[in-house]
Design a protein around this ligand. Structure first.
Ligand SMILES: [Zn+2]
Length: 182
């Protein structure tokens, strides 16, 4: 960070503000403290009968690998709304959310995933600008070696282990770096 977005000063310190616990950028001129917090990624685990819908990524990182539809939550948006929007943007699929399925933390890259379990309303779906291919997979067809992100692997494993009617939320994390993280 080079400039204070409040006063324009280039005199910034990186320090622990008084009474705080973490280092922050602090403007030496106007005193503004800049908080950096994890980003929230929302998406769905879309289910149709005994199949799961996955999207093959058309964008980096992990281009060409399979993933559950998900993306960054927007300001002013509810988590479940963002999950439905991201699912449509990546697959043109319309989903009905059933429940929160997974909370998955990636502290090394400052991200938290929320995956919602959802019913596919019908089998209308297809590739988009973000997605090369969309298809339904039975359990024994899941391409485990070609899954883009750890959160998707975790969400799929928990779904197949505990089923659709499990009342709780699965809480997981990955402490290493994502394969793609530079
Ligand atoms: Zn300032």
């Amino acid at each position: 960070m080079n400039f204070c977005s409040q006063c324009g000063s280039n005199q910034l310190s990186y320090k622990i503000p008084e009474g705080d616990t973490h280092q922050r950028f602090v403007c030496d001129h106007c005193g503004r403290i800049f908080y950096a917090n994890p980003r929230i990624i929302v998406g769905c685990l879309p289910v149709y009968q005994d199949k799961i819908m996955l999207c093959k990524r058309a964008i980096e990182p992990q281009l060409g690998l399979w993933n559950l539809p998900a993306g960054f939550l927007e300001n002013g948006e509810k988590a479940e709304e963002g999950a439905v929007r991201e699912t449509f943007e990546e697959s043109e699929a319309n989903v009905h959310i059933l429940k929160l399925h997974v909370v998955f933390s990636l502290p090394k890259v400052n991200q938290v995933y929320l995956h919602f379990l959802a019913d596919l309303k019908d089998t209308h779906f297809g590739p988009t600008q973000e997605t090369l291919e969309v298809r339904l997979f039975k359990k024994d067809e899941i391409p485990w070696e070609e899954i883009a992100f750890h959160s998707t692997t975790y969400a799929l494993e928990k779904y197949f282990e505990f089923g659709k009617t499990y009342p709780g939320v699965h809480v997981g994390s990955y402490d290493g770096k994502q394969k793609w993280e530079k």
